[in-house]
Design a protein around this ligand. Structure first.
Ligand code: SAH
Length: 325
């Protein structure tokens, strides 16, 4: 947690000159499609005039700027609320999303209006816990903080405490040597937002590199300059991520209606990204190739289309969202 807090606080990691690139930085189409998706469900929910746009970890603010522009064209002009802990990225967001209000955590978001919440590559930046099935049972494993022992790096906590209760029950019998991850921070955020949405109305759209568990495996990765890097070297200087398990995330959305998980490719295709790409290419023929390459990166099965998943959860009275089949 400290490593990523330092990492994000001290730089803008996005883009070709940075460490990694995200969907909204690939093309304006991504944010625009999300904006149109929000405007559509908002209109069918009766178009509440006091609705708020909320984004978690908005990076450079690109998604918010593109989404809000598209929403405005569709007659939806919400107030804007950004949950961001990095001062560097807050400054970037303020520059492209004028009038936004900033928050350190979801706890202080407005409590009396419907919320339209977007989280793209946010949950994967939150810290995970890892558990190892040892001979003696499940033990949490921790990072070694002893240079002499760095070769070993992860060490299961000694003692008699079995951590089986911290795992999804189906994983309790996984074989010796299995690793299981949990993300309590993500559960806390989802539970807090669900409590709000149940009372205030609205919807959350979460997009991340992830899967529908239960599944075993160590998914912690570090990325630096667009390459995989050693997660144990230079803490705070490399982006740490873990794949998002959408099964417990959906379970944490208690009291909401959760749509079946969609791949990013299927979701964007169903809500019309091809038509948007064609329109952009028609308007600017010189950019045709760039637009279609970006489209392929976003929806191509070998690119982001299959690995990234989209989850929507909404107040039970809000209409069924587009894009989930
Ligand atoms: N959504 C953006 C950026 C993804 S990077 C995009 O798609 O381009 C992760 C973002 O989450 C960064 O903005 C980072 O500063 C922010 N972040 C990470 N941990 C956070 C936390 N605990 N609370 C709020 N924001 C956080």
């Amino acid at each position: 947690m400290l490593a990523n807090a330092r990492y994000y606080a001290t730089r803008d990691p996005l883009g070709t000159a940075g460490d990694f690139i995200t969907a909204p930085e690939i093309s304006q189409m991504f944010g625009e499609m999300i904006g149109l998706w929000l405007a559509d469900i908002w209109a069918r929910a009766g178009g509440p005039v006091d609705a708020a746009y909320v984004e978690l970890g908005p990076g450079r603010g690109t998604l918010a700027a593109d989404a809000l522009r598209a929403m405005g064209h569709a007659g939806c002009r919400p107030s804007v609320h950004l949950v961001e802990t990095s001062p560097t990225l807050r400054a970037a967001q303020a520059g492209v999303v004028p009038g936004a209000t900033f928050y350190d955590s979801v706890a202080s978001l407005p409590a009396d209006v419907p919320l339209m919440i977007v989280a793209n590559e946010f949950f994967d930046a939150l810290p995970v816990r890892q558990f190892l099935r040892t001979e003696a049972g499940w033990r949490e494993r921790m990072v070694m903080n002893d240079r002499a022992e760095w070769g070993r790096r992860f060490l299961p906590i000694l003692g008699d405490d079995d951590c089986r209760a911290a795992l999804q029950p189906q994983l309790g019998d996984a074989g010796q040597g299995s690793v299981v991850e949990t993300c309590p921070a993500a559960m806390d955020v989802m539970a807090a937002l669900s409590a709000r949405l149940r009372v205030q109305g609205g919807v959350i759209l979460a997009i991340d590199y992830g899967y529908a568990g239960p599944a075993t495996g160590d998914s912690v990765q570090a990325v630096q300059a667009h390459r995989f890097a050693d997660p144990f070297v230079d803490p705070g200087e490399r982006d740490l991520t873990a794949h998002v398990d959408f099964t417990p995330l959906a379970a944490a959305a208690a009291g909401l209606t959760v749509s079946p998980l969609a791949t990013q490719g299927a979701f964007l295709t169903r809500i019309g990204i091809r038509a948007r790409a064609d329109a952009l290419a028609r308007r600017n023929p010189a950019a045709q190739q760039v637009v279609h390459e970006a489209l392929d990166r976003l929806i191509g099965p070998a690119k982001m289309g299959q690995l990234f998943k989209v989850m929507a959860a909404r107040h039970n009275d809000w209409p069924q969202p587009e894009g989930f089949g």
